[in-house]
Design a protein around this ligand. Structure first.
Ligand SMILES: Cc1ncc(COP(=O)(O)O)c(C=O)c1O
Length: 381
């Protein structure tokens, strides 16, 4: 459509006029990836035991500043284990946001808990502290836990998500959870390298999780990391991810229900190589975001910028259109022109299999769902 040609032309100028297709986010392998993978194959340690798994963990702990990092198969498994580690039980409530990728809700459902989807803050697209506070107004704190009075269920965790890499208002959320003695788990799948007040997202709560899926800022094919400062939780995370096997030279003894969630050495090798370029990629993505911000100032569309006091990794850039109709027209025009754009996820409370979940009025989430479009955001080197 004629109306959007200048936006499409700008994206083409930034990502290459000659490209017939511009993806939303593509991985980039310009470092030691092949070297480390070959090394891994030569060693024959390709599965979940190997030097790259512990090296991946060591580097992630060093990079994020967390005391412990545990490598698992993906970000969804990282969330699932974290919820178990936080003590979530079937029948509990876990508070999260309706504006998130489905993995956040699925991990909650795996535990048998009920999600309670609350609204997001339009300043950062992360969980709204005001919405959380409103739910907490209806909570009774007892020696056995914090209970949501309208249903009588225990609230056993709060899971905010740092949407598209923008840090949520995480200090306020943490302090609210502390007041009600409820563990907070950060879904930092999208925000590796993003910081709030110079501290890494993922390291504010009891546990934090990251994803290294192919569409993320850096990837290892498939992989995830759990971080925590709690030594016991760190030890237990590794134990649960390795089928809860009691270490022994030949005995097969397992002391609880465990999971085959340990990250394979091959994926960890790729992750180690990608981590070496993470800061370079983030600097590049931030420059792209600045260029987009300047450009969109001359348009009717609002380019979403990082909240104050934070550094975003600028994983996925996003604009807000004026209406759902305009959003759909732009999605059609850009995708037909070979420029990949995507709407935000369907709000989670709308999924048929999640219809039993609780939710608040979700005013901001619905506004954003109608208008937001993600635009190409890959590293440009
Ligand atoms: C917000 C969010 N949570 C969780 C995940 C799950 O990560 P993975 O795909 O590695 O399982 C993703 C992305 O894929 C995500 O975007």
């Amino acid at each position: 459509m004629e109306k959007f040609q200048h936006v499409i032309a700008q994206i083409r100028t930034m990502y290459g006029e000659d490209r017939s297709f511009i993806p939303l986010h593509e991985p980039l392998f310009i470092g030691n990836e092949k070297k480390y993978l070959n090394d891994c194959i030569d060693s024959t340690f390709v599965s979940s035991v190997g030097q790259y798994v512990s090296e991946f963990e060591r580097r992630m702990a060093e990079y994020t500043g967390a005391s412990y990092a545990i490598a698992v198969v993906n970000g969804t498994a990282a969330l699932h284990l974290s919820l178990i580690l936080a003590g979530v039980q079937p029948g509990d409530i876990v508070i999260s946001q309706a504006l998130s990728f489905v993995a956040t809700a699925n991990a909650i459902k795996y535990t048998g808990a009920t999600p309670f989807f609350i609204d997001v803050d339009p300043k950062n697209l992360g969980m709204s502290a005001e919405a959380l506070s409103k739910v907490f107004d209806q909570v009774e704190v007892t020696a056995g836990g914090s209970y949501y009075k309208p249903t009588g269920q225990r609230i056993s965790a709060v899971v905010p998500m740092h949407t598209f890499g923008f840090p949520a208002d995480i200090e306020t959320l943490v302090s609210l959870c502390e007041q009600y003695n409820i563990p907070l788990i950060e879904d930092a799948a999208e925000s590796l390298g993003s910081t709030y007040m110079d501290k890494h997202t993922g390291t504010f709560g009891l546990l934090g999780t990251y994803s290294f899926n192919g569409n993320k800022t850096i990837t290892c094919g498939g992989g995830g990391i759990i971080v925590t400062d709690d030594e016991e939780l760190g030890r237990k995370a590794k134990h649960l991810s390795t089928q809860a096997k009691i270490p022994h030279a030949w005995e097969f003894a397992h002391d609880m229900l465990g999971y085959n969630y340990r990250c394979p050495n091959l994926n960890a090798a790729l992750a180690c190589a990608q981590l070496e370029n993470l800061e370079k990629f983030i600097a590049n993505k931030r420059e792209t975001a600045h260029q987009y911000a300047d450009f969109f100032l001359q348009t009717p569309y609002q380019f979403i910028t990082e909240p104050s006091d934070s550094r975003s990794n600028c994983w996925l850039n996003a604009i807000l259109m004026e209406s759902r109709e305009e959003r759909d027209a732009f999605l059609k025009a850009s995708n037909e022109a070979g420029v990949m754009t995507r709407p935000v996820w369907n709000l989670l409370h709308r999924m048929e299999y999640l219809k039993d979940a609780l939710h608040d009025d979700l005013t901001n989430s619905i506004f954003i769902e109608d208008r937001l479009v993600n635009i190409p955001s890959s590293v440009r080197l």
